[in-house]
Structure formats: C-alpha cells, structure tokens
Design a protein around this ligand. Sequence first.
Ligand code: AMP
Length: 433
Amino acid sequence: MPFQKFELHTLLLKGINTCGFESPTEIQEKALPLALQGQDIIATAQTGTGKTAAFVIPALQQLAKTWTVQRNTGITQTLVLTPTRELANQVTENIRQLGRFMRIRYANIVGGVPYPPQIRLLSQALDIIIATPGRLIDHLNNGRVDLSQIKIFVLDEADRMLDMGFVNDVKTIAQQLPEQRQTLLFSATFEKEVQDIAQQLLTNPVKIELTHAFKKHEAIKQHILQADDYSHKHALLRHILKDRELQQAVVFTSTKRSAEKLADQLNERGFKSAVLHGDMKQTARKRTIDIMKRNHAQVLVATDVAARGLDIKTITHVVNFDLPQVAEDYIHRIGRTGRAGMNGIAFSLVGPSDWAYLYEIEKFTGNKISQTVIEGLEPRLAKPGLPLKRPHSAAQKRQPVKKHKRNMDKPPRPKTGRQAELKKAASQEHSEN
Ligand code: AMP
C-alpha cells in the first residue's frame, strides 16, 4: 500500500485502507512527508484535493506516537479551526473515519447548536478539537478549553476565514496556543491577507502550491449557456436536470431568496429539491445535507456560503443559475462535483447581466469556458449555424466586478447580497453560541 512509505501507525494505516484511499493525492504526497516531520506548512489547496486527510493523518500519527499501550494521553494535542460549521463537520467526519481503529477522543465545537453537550464533551479528556472561531472563543472565555498543550494547529480555508471577518478571532485563539507548536495553514488562495496572518502565526513554513490543478479542475467539463432572461434560464436548467447521467446536482443562486424561490419552482415541476443557505439554522442545514447524502433529494439549490465544503460524491452536475460575483467562488462552486477522482459537469447560465462576471472568472482561471447551445432552447440572438457572439467586454465597465480585498483589521462592510450573507454567517457563528 503506497501510504506505507510514510511509516504510519498500523491502526492509522488500517483506517486509511478502510476509507478506500489507495494512493496519496498530490497534496498528500507533497504535504505528508513535511507535516510528519513537524514542519510548518502553507498549502494552497482547496476541498476536493484530499487536503483534509493531508492534515488529519499527521495529527493522528502524532497521537499514535504519544500513546501508551493504546491509551491516549487525554491532553488536547490538535486544534483544527475552520470558517464554517459544514467544514468543521466534514473534518470531524474525516477524523472519525481515518481514526476509527484508534480510539481517539475529539469534539466538534461549532455555533448554532446547544451548549450542554459541548460543555460535557469539553469537561472530558480530548485529543482533538475541531472548531469554528466564535464558539471556541466563547468556551475559552469561560475557561472550558485548555489549548496550552496543542502540538498541531490547523487553520483550514484561511482565506475564507479572513473573508468572513474572523481575523481577530484567529489571533485571539492563537494567543492561547503554545509558541512551540506546528502550524498547518490551508488556503485556496494566497493573497496579501493570508500572507500577513501566515507571517504572524507560522515559523519558517514550507509553501506547497497546487493552484494550477485547482484552477483547471480537469475532471470537470465546463460549459456556458447563454440565456435571454429568467424564464430562459429556468428552461435551460430543467433541460440539464433531465440528463440521464445526472445523479445529483447543485444549483447556485446569488441570494437566499432566489435559492428558496427556485427550489420551490423546481419542486412544483417534479424535481425533488432541497435548499441550503446561510440564513438557515445549523440543524436545518445539517438536515438538508443529510437529505442529499441519503439521496432523498436530487437537486440542492444553494448560495455560496452554505455550499462551501460540501462533499457528496454523487453530485454529477453543478449549475450556476446566477454567476458568482467573486471569480474565485466559481472554482469552489464547480468543485462540488468531480470529487475524489470522479468526473463532473458544470454549466453556467449566462444572462445579460452575467457577462462581466464570466469575463472575470475566465481571467482568474486562465481558461476560456466553451459555449454550447441546447437544441430548441437557443438564445434569441443566436443565428442558426453561426457561432454565438459574446457581448463586447465593455459590458464589464457597466457592471464592475466586486473584489473582496479589504483592510484586515477592519470588520467587513457588507455591500452585496453575497457579502451580506458572508457577514451574517460569520455573525451567526458568534451569536448562536
Ligand atoms: P477533501 O479535499 O479533503 O475535501 O477530500 C475530497 C474527497 O477526497 C473526500 O471525499 C475524501 O474522502 C477523498 N480522498 C481524500 N484522500 C483520498 C485518497 N488518497 N484517495 C481517494 N480519495 C481520497
């Protein structure tokens, strides 16, 4: 087994084997040797690359090293900080699966769920804590968590964390950690804000970049479909959802309201659809994800915030009903399909106001997305037999694309629907404590 070369504990190898991981993914190949030696790492890798196991395996191996005859020490050795509850749940699930033969004790500490079970968990000996910043700070303030013995600190999706305005929370938490520790930072991008926080929290980190593969998403076929208006988009979507190859689909809209409206309309048309957005309580979000995982719904209509980290292997299709206003989100959206070596297909429905966003996406990814038409559903402007013309890029000037650069220490000022939702999701992490 190729994972054997990393000299992992046999019970951990057994867990990896049971998960069906035959060989390390690229990020694991690059990160594991360094992480297992205790090196600080900055990795630009996003979900879908196998990045979670790239930090969970070293964390479990570290625990195995400190075991005394299969009993763990009970000192919390690893802290994983994630921006969203969904991602925290996903990391927890990875730990459960990879560590299933290891009798490890872990706690998932996120907002939006009742306190008492968490307080009970935190009063016991724990090996690993997986948390979102708001709730963890609350427990820290109440003296319920001891982070003084942490050996491995993982900052997952650091760019998202900063985007959601968690920079000061991250710094506050980091102050509670011992100076002598290993820090592993994962981020989809490595922009200025991430570099700044990395400089403050990491010591001589090695940088691992997978950006090329990440931006290309080679396992995912990408198409754009030109749409005249909302009802044309709707007709195109219904056509896509009837694809025989489709197992499950995620459809992205730009606002919560439009996600709910679209899910209702699809249900009325006989497509079993669920909805996921940042306004939903944690329990409702979890229920929706379970519904999808059990295949009780075929379509998930979602906004960006809620769908981050969604890992369902049977999602074969992603449809951008509205294009994302931030180019990078496009990469995250289409990454909901084509997971763990599977193929996927992504359609972007480009209406008159979406072109500027499309150009920005293509600039960001360095790829021109191929345009296609569906027979009988051609856009009005299409001339039979002639290639479709894209509007002149002057459209960009009419509708400036939102950038998400801002001063790190200032709270974000929500302007767009998406930013407002990000902010709300962030504040829920605090307020629903
Ligand atoms: P992640 O990027 O951590 O969200 O992982 C994406 C998916 O890849 C998850 O479903 C993992 O279970 C799966 N995965 C992670 N590592 C491997 C591997 N070495 N072989 C096959 N699948 C993997």
